[in-house]
Design a protein around this ligand. Structure first.
Ligand code: BGC
Length: 738
C-alpha cells in the first residue's frame, strides 16, 4: 500500500509539473503576442524553402533574407547542417523581436544513416525497432540544426499504384496506428526540447492515400464511416502520442481541399481530439485551391485556409501577401490569427529556442553524432527485420555450403543509390552496400559471377545471352530485380505495377537453363511478378532497405538472420484487382467455393484472392498454433475478453513469428469487414520452445462508426481468428457481446 501511495504521489507530481510547465509557456506566449505587430504575427505563419538562401546566390535570396530580417518568416524548410542553420538563424535574430526560426526537413527514413523506407520497416511489425530507427534519424537531424521533421506519413494506402505508399505503413489502420505511435515517440524522444529529438509532423491530413485510381494529388471521395474507421485512426493515435504538429494534404475530401477543410482541421482535429499543436499546409496547397477551382484568387484561398485551421503556410505566400488586408477589412478576425500564432510560438518556447536559438546547431555535437558507428548497426538490424520471404521451394534457402559458384544476375545487383529510394536528404549513397558487396563479404569462399542481363526499364535484350552463360556456369542463380529507387515517392504513380522493362523475360530465360533461381525483388510498393511467383525457387521481397541492404540480404540468405517480415500491404495478381485489401466486406454474393463464380462477386478472368495476402511472410522454421482458450463466452457490461493460445516453434532453427489476431462482427447495422486486425505480437522462439500468447479483447475493439451516432458497439456474435497471415487462420472461435 505504501508503495502505491508513493507511486500515486509521484504521478500527481508529474501531472502537476506538466500543467505548471504548460501554464508557464502559455504566459510567455501571451506576453510575446502582446508585443507583436499585425505584420509580425503574420510573419510567424510564413514558411519558406531555404534552398534559395543557402544555395547559389540568385535574385530570390535577397528578398528571402530581407523577409527573415524583418520578422516576416516563422520557419524555413530545406535548410540543414550546423553551418547553414546558424547562418540563417542569425538573420532572424536581426528582427525587432528576435523570434527564432524553426528549421524543418523531410527526415523520412533516416538522415545521414539511411534506414529502410517506412513501408519496408512496417513489414518488420517490430515497434521497438521502428521507434529506434526514428530516434536515430531524429538524433542525427537534431545534431544538424533541424528542429522538425515532416514525418511520419501515416496515410493508409490500399492502392499500390500510388507512388507514396513507400512513405507509409501500408493498408491497415490497426498496424498503421501502432507504427504511427512508435514513430512519433521515436522522433520526439522523452521530451521536446532534448537535443536528440525533433518535432514530428503527422501527414497528410487526411485521406490523401485514397486518391482516385492511385494517381497522386487526385480527389478523394469517401463516406464518413470509411474515413473514421480506416483513414483517421493512425492520425488519432499519433495525436494521442503527443505529435507536435500536423500537415494537411493536397487532395480534396468530398469536394473540399483538405487545406480548406474546417471539418477535418477544426471540427475533428482541434475540437474533437482537443489537439494543441499546429497545422502546416502542404507545399503550396493553399495556392493550389485556385487550380482546383475552389478559390478565385490567393486572397480567397488564404481566407479559406486560416478559417479551416491551417496555421502555417508552406510556400504559398498566401498569408504573407493576403492576411493583413483580410484582417483590416474584417473578413478574418484577429482571433483566428492569434490562435495560429500562439500555437507556433508555443512550440518554439517548448523547444527552448528562446533561451538558445542555436541550441540544435552545435558543430561539436554534429561531428560526434554523424560518426556514431552504432547507427549503421541499427540500420542493418532494422533491414534484417524488414525482409519478407515469399517463397522457398524445397528449402533452397538458406544457401547451403555445397554451393560453390553463384551467378548474380539483374540490374539491381550492384545498385547503391536505388537502395535509398526517395526522401533521403543527406545520405552519401556511394557508401551504401550493394547486394554483390554484401554477399561477397559474407560468403568469402564462394565464387560470384556477375551479369547485368538488362537495365531496369528498357526493352533492350542484347545482354540476355551473357547472363544465360553466366547462369549456366554456376551452381545456383541469385537474381536481383525490381523497380528503380525513384519510381516511387511523390508524383511517382504507376498505371502498370509489373516489374519494369524486360526483367521477367530475362528471368524466364535464366530459369530455362535448369538452374535453381532465387529472386530478390526490390521496390517501393507491392509489385506484380506472376511468372516469377510461379516459377522461382525462392523469392525474397525487400522493398527498399537503405544503406545496409546488401548486408541484410546476405544475413537472410545465409540464415545469420531468420526472416520474420510480414507484408503490410496486399500484393495483387493484376492491376485490375486494385484496390485490393484484406478487410473487405463479404457482399451478398460471396464466392462460396473456389471456382464457383456463377453470378457471384467475382472476376471471370481472375481469382479474387491476392498473390500474397496482408500479413503473409515465411520463416526458415515452422510454428504451430494450439490450445485456444477464452476466459468467457460472453462479454457483459464493459468487460474484456482474455484470449490465449500456445505458439510452438516446431522447426529446427530459432525464429520469430508475428502472431495476428483478427475479429469479425458477424451481424451489424452497418456491414462489417470479413476480418479486421485487432492485435499482433512478434514472438521469438528457440527450436521446440512453446509460449503462451495472450490477447485482451476490449469492447472498444468491437466498435464501429455509424453516421449520426458516432462510435458504437452492438450486442451479438463475434468471431475471433488467430494466425500468421490474414489468409491463414490457424485458430478460430466465437464469442458474444451482451
Ligand atoms: C510533400 C510533403 C513534404 C513537403 C515538403 C510536399 O510536396 O507532399 O510530404 O513534406 O513537400 O518537402
Amino acid at each position: 500500500m505504501k508503495r502505491y501511495n508513493w507511486l500515486l504521489g509521484f504521478l500527481c507530481l508529474q501531472v502537476f509539473n506538466v500543467q505548471a510547465q504548460e501554464q508557464f509557456i502559455s504566459k510567455r506566449v501571451d506576453s510575446l503576442l502582446k508585443l507583436m505587430t499585425l505584420k509580425e504575427k503574420i510573419g510567424q505563419l510564413n514558411q519558406y524553402s531555404g534552398r534559395e538562401v543557402t544555395g547559389p546566390a540568385n535574385d530570390r535570396k535577397a528578398y528571402l533574407l530581407k523577409d527573415i530580417q524583418n520578422g516576416m518568416v516563422g520557419s524555413m524548410l530545406n535548410v540543414k547542417g550546423v553551418k547553414d542553420t546558424r547562418e540563417i538563424q542569425a538573420e532572424a535574430l536581426k528582427s525587432r523581436l528576435k523570434i527564432p526560426l524553426l528549421f524543418s526537413l523531410d527526415v523520412v527514413h533516416g538522415y545521414k544513416t539511411v534506414f529502410p523506407v517506412p513501408l519496408s520497416e512496417a513489414a518488420s511489425w517490430d515497434m521497438e525497432a521502428i521507434k529506434q530507427s526514428a530516434h536515430i534519424a531524429a538524433k542525427e537531424a537534431a545534431a544538424s540544426g533541424i528542429h522538425w521533421t515532416f514525418a511520419p506519413m501515416v496515410d493508409i494506402a490500399r492502392d499500390p499504384r500510388w507512388g507514396r505508399v513507400m512513405e507509409g505503413a501500408g493498408e491497415d489502420p490497426f498496424l498503421g496506428s501502432a507504427i504511427a505511435r512508435a514513430r512519433v515517440k521515436g522522433f520526439q524522444g522523452e521530451q521536446l526540447g532534448a537535443t536528440d529529438a525533433v518535432m514530428a509532423c503527422v501527414k497528410h491530413f487526411a485521406a490523401y492515400g485514397a486518391a482516385i485510381a492511385g494517381r497522386d494529388y487526385n480527389p478523394v471521395d469517401m463516406s464518413e464511416q470509411q474515413l473514421r474507421e480506416i483513414y483517421l485512426p493512425p492520425f488519432k493515435a499519433a495525436a494521442e502520442a503527443g505529435a507536435a504538429t500536423f500537415m494537411n494534404a493536397f487532395n480534396t475530401l468530398n469536394g473540399v481541399p483538405a487545406t480548406a477543410s474546417t471539418f477535418l482541421q477544426r471540427d475533428i482535429l482541434k475540437k474533437e481530439w482537443n489537439y494543441k499543436g499546429f497545422v502546416v499546409s502542404d507545399w503550396g496547397s493553399i495556392r493550389e485551391m485556385i487550380p482546383w477551382g475552389f478559390a478565385a484568387n490567393l486572397s480567397e484561398a488564404a481566407a479559406y485556409a486560416i478559417t479551416a485551421g491551417s496555421d502555417m503556410d508552406m510556400e504559398s505566400e498566401a498569408y504573407k501577401n493576403e492576411l493583413e488586408k483580410l484582417i483590416q477589412t474584417g473578413k478574418i478576425s484577429v482571433d483566428l490569427l492569434d490562435d495560429a500564432v500562439k500555437r507556433i510560438l508555443y512550440k518554439k518556447f517548448e523547444l527552448g529556442l528562446f533561451e538558445n536559438p542555436y541550441k540544435f546547431s552545435d558543430f561539436k555535437r554534429e561531428d560526434i553524432v554523424m560518426k556514431d558507428k552504432t547507427h549503421a548497426a541499427a540500420a542493418r538490424s532494422m533491414a534484417d527485420k524488414s525482409i519478407v520471404l515469399l517463397k522457398n521451394e524445397h528449402q533452397i534457402l538458406p544457401l547451403q555450403t555445397d554451393v560453390k559458384k553463384i551467378a548474380l544476375i539483374g540490374p539491381l545487383v550492384r545498385a547503391k543509390a536505388d537502395l535509398a529510394s526517395t526522401w533521403t536528404v543527406y545520405a552519401d549513397t556511394t557508401q551504401m552496400t550493394s547486394v554483390e558487396e554484401g554477399l561477397k563479404q559474407r560468403f568469402g569462399t564462394m565464387k560470384f559471377n556477375y551479369a547485368e542481363g538488362c537495365k531496369i526499364n528498357t526493352s533492350d535484350t542484347s545482354k540476355f545471352n551473357e547472363a544465360i552463360q553466366t547462369a549456366q556456369n554456376a551452381d545456383l542463380v541469385v537474381m536481383v530485380l525490381g523497380e528503380a529507387g525513384n519510381m516511387t515517392g511523390e508524383a511517382k504513380s504507376r498505371a502498370n505495377i509489373e516489374l519494369p522493362g524486360v526483367q521477367e523475360a530475362l528471368f524466364q530465360k535464366i530459369k530455362k537453363t535448369g538452374k535453381k533461381v532465387i529472386v530478390v525483388v526490390m521496390g517501393g510498393r507491392p509489385l506484380i511478378f506472376n511468372t516469377i511467383a510461379d516459377q522461382a525457387d525462392a523469392i525474397v521481397y525487400t522493398f527498399w532497405l537503405g544503406g545496409e541492404a546488401g548486408h541484410a540480404i546476405a544475413d537472410v540468405l545465409s540464415a545469420d538472420y531468420n526472416p520474420s517480415g510480414k507484408l503490410p500491404m496486399t500484393f495483387p495478381r493484376s492491376v485490375g484487382q486494385v484496390p485490393l485489401f484484406y478487410n473487405y466486406a463479404n457482399t451478398g454474393r460471396p464466392v462460396a467455393k473456389s471456382g464457383d463464380i456463377h453470378y457471384r462477386s467475382a472476376y471471370i478472368d481472375s481469382p479474387n484472392t491476392p498473390r500474397y495476402a496482408f500479413g503473409f511472410g515465411m520463416s526458415y522454421t515452422d510454428f504451430s498454433y494450439t490450445d485456444l482458450r477464452k476466459d468467457k463466452e460472453i462479454m457483459k457490461g464493459g468487460e474484456n475478453l482474455n484470449v490465449s493460445f500456445t505458439l510452438t516453434n516446431t522447426g529446427k532453427r530459432k525464429g520469430e513469428e508475428v502472431v495476428q489476431l483478427y475479429l469479425q462482427d458477424k451481424v451489424a447495422s452497418v456491414v462489417r469487414p470479413v476480418k479486421e486486425l485487432k492485435g499482433f505480437d512478434k514472438v521469438e522462439l528457440e527450436p521446440g520452445e512453446s509460449k503462451t500468447i495472450k490477447f485482451v479483447i476490449t469492447p472498444e475493439m468491437l466498435a464501429f462508426y455509424k453516421s449520426e451516432r458516432g462510435w458504437i458497439t452492438e450486442p451479438g456474435s463475434f468471431k475471433l481468428m488467430v494466425g500468421g497471415a490474414s489468409d491463414q487462420m490457424r485458430l478460430e472461435s466465437d464469442f458474444k457481446l451482451e
